[in-house]
Write a protein that binds this ligand. Structure first.
Ligand code: KIV
Length: 254
């Protein structure tokens, strides 16, 4: 799809019903994200999410998914060492049915991505805002602003691709940097709060259909139009990513 210039439409899902609904709307990739800790479990961060939680929700999703690529998120501290990463990534695939695993990447994760990729496990590396590091970075802020930070993220993207990552996910990254990274790597780049030049977009399902209680991030568009059925909101999201009308300027950082 990257080579053909077709936008890749991704959404999170955590249960069987919405999986069927979003697949019917034409979503290409489903992420069983550790965002489940916030939108399903009600925690104020993703840190409490366990391997058992992700496996449970992966099973719910993979029972009704047939056409999309299903990615399972590696929870906080489940990939702190290479050995842990291999064991836990294999669990997400064997026990949960994930077809790819996602981990929050950085310099120190290059070795882990290599260890997984070289053993035949498909990997999505998540750069930019890394919610599992929220207490280290002091909040949910845009990442990669300024020349040094941008250069570092560009280098990390190249290293992660070389290590064998299959997809890069960029969260809360200035649009110019996300565009440069998307052009620099051959693997697909999926953005969330990273502008419209990425190869695809992802949103948390509840945000996309206007069900989020409390703070809604700047990069979110509520596709429900406040009153239409979730199925129509999801169809609007799919159409808007495909035709490039989402994200717009107001969803983008500079
Ligand atoms: O956990 C998640 O749902 C994510 C997305 C916000 C990209 O990482």
């Amino acid at each position: 799809m990257k080579q053909a210039g077709d936008k890749i439409v991704c959404l999170t899902a955590y249960d069987a019903t919405f999986t069927a609904v979003i697949e019917a709307a034409g979503v290409d990739v489903i992420l069983v994200g550790d965002s489940l800790g916030m939108v399903i479990q009600g925690h104020d961060s993703t840190l409490p999410v366990t391997m058992e939680d992700v496996i449970y929700h992966l099973r719910c999703v993979t029972r009704t998914s047939h056409s999309s690529l299903v990615i399972g998120d590696m929870p906080f501290m489940s990939y702190a060492t290479v050995e842990q990463a291999i064991t836990n990534a294999a669990r997400l695939m064997q026990e949960g049915g994930a077809q790819m695993v996602k981990l929050e990447g950085s310099d120190t994760q290059v070795e882990i991505v290599h260890a997984l990729a070289s053993r035949g496990l498909p990997v999505c590396a998540h750069l930019g805002l890394q919610p599992q590091a929220v207490h280290k970075i002091g909040g949910y802020h845009v990442q990669g602003r300024g020349e040094d930070a941008a250069l570092k993220m560009m280098q990390q993207s190249n290293s992660l691709e070389e290590a064998g990552a299959d997809i890069l996910l960029l969260e809360c990254v200035p649009e110019a940097l996300a565009k440069a990274i998307t052009e620099a790597v051959d693997i697909p780049v999926i953005g969330i709060g990273a502008g419209g030049d990425c190869d695809g977009q992802i949103l948390v399902l509840q945000d996309a259909i206007g069900l989020t209680a409390g703070h809604v991030p700047k990069f979110v568009n509520d596709f429900s139009g406040q009153q239409i059925h979730p199925k129509a909101a999801i169809a609007a999201y799919v159409a808007a990513v495909r035709d490039g009308s989402f994200p717009r300027k107001e969803h983008t950082f500079s």
